[in-house]
Design a binder for this molecule. Structure first.
Ligand SMILES: [Zn+2]
Length: 121
């Protein structure tokens, strides 16, 4: 295996910084990898529709936070694979993951032929 691990490590660290800064805008860190969406600014009226909008706004924010959290844990997972020397190995077949796939998604867990198998797992 002659992949440039430092290159991918840099990509992953950049991605991690980006995700963490997006999370910090939307949520509060609850320790470790746990984030909780911060409250939506309340609309300045007691109108029932506005209250409903606030709840909806919070739920949407919360969904974005969950997606970012998942992305963050994928990046952390990939970084730990670099440390343990298993980075770039397909988790389904144990083959090497194509470089262009890693370039497009440095935290990819599988080679191109096993993308769907991973998603269904
Ligand atoms: Zn594979």
């Amino acid at each position: 295996m002659n992949k440039d691990l430092n290159h991918y490590k840099n990509l992953l660290i950049k991605e991690k910084d980006l995700i963490v800064s997006e999370l910090s805008d939307l949520a509060q860190n609850k320790g470790g990898d746990a984030w909780e969406a911060s409250a939506v600014d309340p609309v300045d009226t007691a109108d029932r529709e506005d209250v409903a909008l606030n709840i909806e706004g919070y739920q949407e924010k919360d969904e974005v936070v969950r997606v970012l959290e998942t992305q963050l844990s994928e990046v952390e997972h990939a970084l730990s694979k670099i440390d343990s020397g298993t980075y770039g190995i397909c988790e389904v077949s144990g083959e090497e993951i194509e470089e262009d796939r890693l370039e497009a998604n440095p935290s990819a867990r599988t080679c191109k032929s096993h993308i769907n198998e991973w998603l269904q797992a």
